[in-house]
Design a protein around this ligand. Sequence first.
Ligand code: NDP
Length: 305
Amino acid sequence: MRPEDTLTLDDIATWAEPGTHLAVLGHPVKHSLSPHMHNAALRAMAVRDARFASWRYWKCDVPPERLGEALALLRLKGFAGLNLTVPHKVLALDLIAAVDPDARAIGAVNTLRLTPAGYEGFNTDGYGLATGIAQELGAALAGADVVLLGAGGAARSAAVECLSRHCRSLWLGNRSRASLDSLLQQVRPLAGEALVRDFLLASPPPDLPAGAILINATSSGLHDDEPPPIDLARWPRPGCVFDMIYNPPRPPLLQAAAELGLPHANGLAMLIHQGARALGLWTGAAVPAEEMQRAAAAALQDRSG
Ligand code: NDP
């Protein structure tokens, strides 16, 4: 097998590859950048520490109804670490041996580490977001006004991260009321001193703060022909704009930010840093995030070319 192949559960059932193995599970998972960035980091780590020469990272397509079976099989075959992507992050919570308290607060796991008792779950998305925003925009969530668009899984981890880093205020906006209410119910107990407000994207409140960190955690913008989730020109001017989408590299919201001269960044750095944190959890070693960034950017470039 080669790491660029997409594995199935049949491949795992007959798995006999030597070495230490990691994988991302998703459905679909074919386009995942994770094998590119993790294997690049492992190659660089092996230069300093020969243990990592036999580590490999794979991608495996697992339909949601077979996740329990997949986790049991991967444990049996000794897969040391797993990443979970759509649609597994919430489903896995009830299928693993232990859940880290931060991941429990988010209600989703994206990283599993093998222990003698089974898989232990973590969520590194919030760390990836905060580190990505600091790296690309020089902005800190601590003490900031944050306007967060979306109320799905990605918004959930972002909201918990903003509150745990003590943002000053958190303005949660979503297209529909039901998922917004469920997000609010989840994060209000974590608010502490922070002001938490909510609104529908169609009717933003007049007192939205200017100078905020604006984060797009909706999936609006994944396709070039979609309008941005909000009309930036009609909103109070944010301090900077971070869009979790990284493919396309400049989704419509970031095009609008560029036209308005606002500092802006896409979600690639978030992807890199959530991955670097996961690799650190599995290996216990320092992880070269810059190698991961180079490999992911090159893979994206290959695809667009
Ligand atoms: P979910 O499906 O859980 O949530 C989707 C969210 O987008 C919901 O709030 C939904 O609103 C909203 N939405 C969908 N379409 C529109 C639209 N046309 N206009 C306005 N809002 C819309 O997805 P995730 O939370 O998992 O992912 C959200 C985005 O974040 C995706 O683009 C994903 O690729 C990206 N992401 C990036 C990561 C990174 O590392 N960079 C990591 C994780 C996610 P409603 O509730 O009304 O349906």
